[in-house]
Each structure stands twice: as C-alpha cells, then as structure tokens.
Design a protein around this ligand. Sequence first.
Ligand code: TXA
Ligand code: MG
Length: 329
Amino acid sequence: MQQLPTMAIILNCTESAIKDAATSLISGNLVAFPTETVYGLGADATNEDAIARIYTVKGRPTGHPIIVHISSMAHLDKWAREIPEYAIKLARSFWPGPMTLILPRTALAKDFITGEQDNVGIRVPSHTVALELLKEFEFQGGSGVAAPSANRFGAVSPTTAKAVELELGNYLSPSDQILDGGHCDVGIESTIIDCTGKTPIILRPGAITIEMIQKVIIGLTESDLYSALSDQIKAPGSLESHYAPKAKVVLNGRSGNGDGFIALSSIPTPSGSIRLASPADNEEFARVLYQALRSADSSGLQNVYVVLPSRVGIGAAINDRLRKAAFSG
Ligand code: TXA
Ligand code: MG
C-alpha cells in the first residue's frame, strides 16, 4: 500500500530548523510547536486562510477566538489598546509564562482571530522553542502567531509532539510541521485573565494562580477574581464537555477491576484498578495528567477514576479541567 505523504516532525529544533518553520508560517502553513503549557497549532495570526485551516484541522466550530502569541511585551501595542495599569503589572510579573491576557483589540486583530469580539487574547510563552520561533517569525516580518491547543476540538490537549501527531497527523498537510520540544513543563493550558474591565477576572485557571495574582494586584479578593467564572460565556472551553478522553472520567468514585486510576502518590491504588499516574504533588499532577488520560485511551480503558487534588495553587486548575473532562450533560 502506498504511504500518503505527511507533515514533517522536526526532532532537533536547531536555529536553521526554527528559521524554516518561521518561513513556513509566513507562507501560510501550519506549525505545531511546544509551549510550557501544552503544544499549540500555530498559524500567522493575520492570514485568514491559514486560520481557516486551523479550524478544519482541529474540527473546531467557527467563531471561537484564538490566542495570539508574541515574543515579548514590546509587541503588545500592535494587538491591544487601552491596556490597563493592572494588565501591565501582570505582564511584567508573569511574561514570558503561562498566562493569557484578554485586552481591547487593535485593527490588526481581525474578526477571524477574535470570534467577532472587540477584544483579543495575547500570550508570551516561555518555552525556548516557542520564543525562538516567535522571535524569528517577527524578524521575518510577522506580527503574531495564533495558536490554539493542538488537539481535535473537545479532546485532551497534547503535552508531547507524539500526542500532536496522534491527534492531528491525519489532518495536517505535507507542508505543515510539528516541532518537537519534549514534554511540556506545566502540562495544562494557560491562565486566561480578562483585562477589559476595571479589575482582572480569571476566565480559565492555570499555573499563574489566584494566590500569585493577588500578590501582584493588592486588594483583590478571590470572588473579585472569579466573579465571572460560574456563568461566563466568553471562553467557550469553559462550557461544554472539554479536555475529555474517550474513556469516561469519574471523579472521587470507587474504581473497580480494570478501571484506570489517577491520584496523588500518597493514595494507594484500589485493588484491581490500573494505576495511570502517581504524582507527588499538584505541580506534577498537572504535568502528567493529560498524558495519563491519553494512556487510558491507548490501552482501551472504559473508565478512568480520578481522586481530585486540593484546590491549592495549580490544584484549582486541575479541578477545573477534570470537572470539564467528566462533564457528560
Ligand atoms: O496554554 C494555552 O493557552 C495554549 C497554548 C498553545 O498557548 N493555548 C490554548 O488555546 O489553550 P485554546 O484555543 O485551546 O484555548 C483558549 C481558550 C478558548 O476557550 C478560547 O475560546 C479562549 O481561550 N479565548 C481566546 N481568545 C479569547 C478572547 N479574546 N476572549 C475570550 N476568550 C478567549
Ligand atoms: Mg484547547
């Protein structure tokens, strides 16, 4: 049987490989790349056709906004205007890093990026490969790289290049690429903070935690920061079942024979259950979670039981993702 040509997987992200990848983005191709949170599926954020391909490859319904990635705060003014003082403080404190700021958009952020909203999501990632790619892309005349997580719509975000290949390999073209930068350090998606109002509001919890934000912007209570989270509609990832493997995710239940089991290492495996991860703390829990959920699917397990960690620090984000993964309504 003839093998169909597939996208290139770049194992060694040398300077010249990064240059090629940036040129490929400028030409309108897709480049999946590692960030410290999860792998992103990148495209030139000003190229409507390239963005349309992101939707096709992800199988994502149209109208969802996509985060624009830039290499430093110096490029923020291209994309965002009327940036509040508190947003500057957050950017100075946590960029490069796992945080996305939602800000009023400039004319450069077109409807096909913002989902027709008047604001745009911006992030400066800290992964070396991501930063080098963004710098080179800007050097070659680009303004920003739009990148949703590199998974099919509603599925678990990939934290390795192999996982990107398994998710999207059948949908990418031979001219697209996947840059392999190893396993993502954080393991779950960035904290998204709405900076369009008087005070910041967390739309999606992540590794930049409520405690960290409160240290930078003095006087904010937890309910100030989370006021929109319960019923907000802006980040669609927060509504439907999301971040979900094929296996059924069950939270804090009693697992039985042949069920997958994920819990902190201090919690013993119930007899007959199949241990998928034993993280020592909440940080490691975030790092290994998505790979553990994927391994449930690759082993053909029907159920994965997860003992939720405390909501302390990144634990809040783990609880958020697992509740969405377990959602079946
Ligand atoms: O860590 C991350 O944020 C990763 C890496 C690749 O940067 N990206 C990521 O993108 O998770 P995505 O598209 O899978 O999830 C972004 C979420 C979506 O639910 C989207 O609707 C929301 O952020 N979002 C993006 N721009 C927005 C905006 N302008 N207003 C409100 N929500 C926005
Ligand atoms: Mg996503």
